[in-house]
Design a protein around this ligand. Sequence first.
Ligand code: ZN
Length: 174
Amino acid sequence: MDLLHLVAPADDIVYIGRRTSRGEAVVTMESVDGTELGQLPNAPTGRDRWPGSVEWGYGGQGPRELSRSLLLHALGSAAVCHTCGGTGGMRVRAVPATPDGYVLESYADGPVPDADHRVDCPRYDGCEWGNVAVPGAQFFDDYVARWPKGGTGEQWRLRRSEVLAWLRGRAVVA
Ligand SMILES: [Zn+2]
């Protein structure tokens, strides 16, 4: 699949990493003509974990989460697991006529089932909390680990189209 069709040149996004005077790392987004598009959303990382703060330039939780957040944001709707529809789980519906006595179905367009009627998404080729598995460790090595750790102001910028070009050919199934 050619991921580059996902973004027309005029719809490209520029991700910008800055450090405030207090050393806080922030990633914002702009259109190519400089219109501010807000802060990069944190990728979901499971029900039991706090969304962390982003970081770069060293190995750790923050840089790992930034790697994943950038990849998932760049993929957009192509990052959503199509088995569970992005929920990370499936509804268990009793169907006595089937061999197992039940079927699993997506509840993406309906209410979240209670714990007795919900199982984690069974997608065999990788579903991470409702998103397709992305090669975050390689992206960390190629980009996030290389961005400067210290300083203030703008530290790096990266285009969405460049992220998608990097993803192309890495067996990311969308
Ligand atoms: Zn899934």
